[in-house]
Design a protein around this ligand. Structure first.
Ligand SMILES: Cc1ncc(COP(=O)(O)O)c(C=O)c1O
Ligand SMILES: N[C@@H](CCCC[NH3+])C(=O)O
Length: 459
């Protein structure tokens, strides 16, 4: 479908990383739609030059559409904003071979956290030297594979991991490692994703002394080369302040390490967590502001302690891929409850997007592929899974004549949806299609009953 002269959606504007729309207080406000999204005749919405209703008809629903140009633009925006830093895409947000290719071609590194992510990325040709392995419970298989592939860095997450990794690594070719520290600063959209403080399973605490102890033990291992410290505060953070507070704590620790061991590290990894808008006008992390203030604070904190400034590493996941994705569902049933509530049930739900059920995450939904003059009404967009909590968009505003067979598009679907999807009710996970320059390319096919049967043994 041609998109050349189609107008932008009413709630779409240059979004995310360009941050041209601001609140009266100067905060960056985002659009939930990819920058390429356009309205087209007949209620069609065009993304990457391709109509959403058109791809839904072609590939079936539920379907996840990824705007390749949006992913690439976001990678480039990171490199432009942080030219001296190393930007590693956090694969847990979403990974497939094409995604690995785009990220590699745009010059980012890759943060992986399992054998699966490691092997998929390596098979796609992603250079292991540009990968970094995370995990609070790394298996022996993971450690061995990471060492065999010679990944760029392994992030040590606990004291017990040090002798295990050191025994597997070779002193002649020391493995580069970082130590994951809890700076005592946490932020993010839900307690389940706030990881910068004690009381949760990740990292080594500063106050309790575990972080300093880990550094001493790693330095004593000839097969490990400690290149820096790491922290990750949480996910969906929209302000810069938590990162600045973390820098202060991390640099103080770096100075203590210098005083005790006489070493200075070349790297400091601030993790990911950069927030994106899910609803029109939501706040988002302003990347330019982040880049400027983080650079300044790191320089001033290091100067105060007489340290040389380490190279910055960041690990954004959601901010690279989240706004590039749109989920498309078909309405299967509309039910009018006796209490006046209207339930619009679609052919996906909590198995392809568990975020509303897990975190109360908010989304918006939009009718696509049909124009309607009907007055908007408030409905709950629910899924098809066997739980009352399977509500995708509570209180959605949709045309009053919404009916079975209609298509709904839910933006900001690129991160932590398919990567956390399940096979609940054996419905099968949706397929993924990449759109670019008016062309649609299937990246992942829909999961089928044959896939489930193929895993059964002895039948
Ligand atoms: C260690 C680490 N790095 C990076 C990320 C990516 O986070 P986000 O997708 O919020 O940028 C995560 C997940 O929160 C993480 O645990
Ligand atoms: N899955 C979470 C983010 C977790 C990030 C992983 N450390 C979310 O959707 O918000």
């Amino acid at each position: 479908m041609a998109a050349a002269f189609a107008p932008p959606l009413p709630d779409s504007w240059p979004n995310g990383l360009s941050s041209r729309v601001r609140s009266p207080e100067g905060r960056a406000l985002g659009s939930p739609w990819p920058a390429s999204a356009r309205s087209a005749p007949g209620g069609e919405v065009v993304v990457g030059g391709v109509g959403l209703a058109e791809v839904a008809d072609r590939f079936g629903t539920p379907l996840y559409v990824l705007d390749e140009a949006e992913v690439r633009a976001r990678c480039r925006a990171y490199r432009a904003a942080l030219p001296h830093a190393e930007v590693l895409y956090a694969a847990k947000a979403f990974l497939c071979s094409a995604m690995a290719d785009w990220v590699a071609e745009e010059g980012l590194g890759l943060d992986v956290c399992s054998v699966g992510e490691l092997r998929l990325a390596a098979a796609a040709g992603f250079p292991p030297q540009r990968m970094l392995l995370h995990g609070n419970a790394k298996s022996p298989e993971e450690l061995r594979l990471a060492l065999r592939l010679r990944v760029g860095r392994i992030v040590i997450d606990g004291l017990a991991e040090i002798p295990r990794l050191a025994a597997l690594a070779i002193a002649d070719e020391p493995q580069r490692v970082l130590v994951r520290v809890l700076p005592g600063v946490a932020a993010g959209h839900h307690t389940a994703v706030r990881t910068g403080v004690t009381g949760q399973k990740f990292g080594l605490s500063i106050e309790g002394g575990d972080a300093a102890e880990a550094v001493s033990r790693v330095l004593a291992q000839p097969s490990l080369a400690l290149v820096g410290l790491h922290c990750h505060l949480g996910s969906q953070i929209t302000g810069v302040e938590p990162y600045l507070a973390a820098i202060d704590r991390m640099v103080t620790l770096l100075a203590e390490i210098r005083d005790r061991h006489g070493v200075q590290f070349p790297e400091l990894d601030l993790g990911g967590g950069h927030g994106v808008p899910y609803l029109a006008g939501d706040p988002e992390l302003d990347l330019a502001d982040f880049a400027r203030r983080v650079r300044e604070r790191l320089a001033s904190a290091c100067a105060e302690h007489g340290l040389s400034v380490p190279r910055l590493l960041v690990e954004p996941g959601r901010a690279v891929v989240g706004p590039a994705g749109v989920a498309i569902y078909r309405v299967l049933a509309v039910k009018h409850g006796t209490d006046g509530r209207v339930f619009v049930a679609v052919d996906g739900g909590m198995s392809d997007n568990p975020r509303p059920a897990l975190y109360g995450a908010r989304y918006q939904a939009r009718l696509v592929g049909r124009s309607s003059q009907a007055e908007p009404c408030e409905v709950d967009v629910v899924g098809r899974y066997c739980e009352a909590g399977d509500v995708l968009v509570p209180g959605a505003q949709l045309p009053g004549d919404i009916r079975a067979g209609d298509l709904l598009a839910v933006p900001v679907a690129g991160a932590y949806q398919l990567s956390m999807a399940s096979s609940y009710n054996l419905v099968g996970r949706p397929g993924v299609v990449a759109v670019r320059d008016g062309r649609a390319r299937q990246l992942i096919r829909r999961e089928t009953v044959e896939d489930f049967l193929s895993r059964e043994v002895g039948r």
